[in-house]
Design a protein around this ligand. Structure first.
Ligand code: ZN
Length: 139
């Protein structure tokens, strides 16, 4: 068994992810208005290319909270246009926690974390299913 014999449960990752400016602005505004609680949602891509994040989908029954337990896996829709998650860190640090890495490993291929500071500044980063940084271009 060489390298090419390896099997992965996750589909191949597109060469490049994109997000529309409108969608990103909505995410940042929602993250800031949820502060000091977390904001969480799913990411949906466009119908054709399936590489541009165009929409956030709020999970039914999801409320913003103080823990990372806002994503309940049984609530995740069977919808192949949903490619990952976004949530905010009121700690202002946009780095995945252990719980985040566990979530990323179970679901999705692209995950955004928004760090929000008490001063209303926000920064965001994107990660793959193993918590490695991903480049997501704003279009
Ligand atoms: Zn987190």
């Amino acid at each position: 068994m060489g390298w090419f014999g390896r099997r992965s449960k996750t589909p191949p990752v597109p060469a490049q992810w994109y997000i529309t400016r409108r969608c990103l602005e909505l995410i940042l505004a929602s993250s800031q208005s949820s502060f000091p609680k977390e904001f969480g949602a799913l990411l949906r891509v466009d119908e054709e290319e399936k590489t541009t994040i165009t929409e956030v989908v709020l999970l039914p029954g999801t409320i913003s909270g103080n823990s990372h337990a806002i994503f309940k896996l049984y609530m995740l829709p069977i919808d192949y246009s949903v490619v990952g998650t976004v949530h905010s860190h009121p700690s202002s640090i946009a780095r995945p926690s252990e719980a985040d890495l566990d979530l990323f490993g179970h679901f999705g291929r692209v995950h955004l974390i928004v760090g929000v500071s008490p001063w209303g500044q926000s920064s965001w980063r994107a990660y793959d299913h193993e918590g490695r940084p991903l480049d997501v271009k704003i279009i």
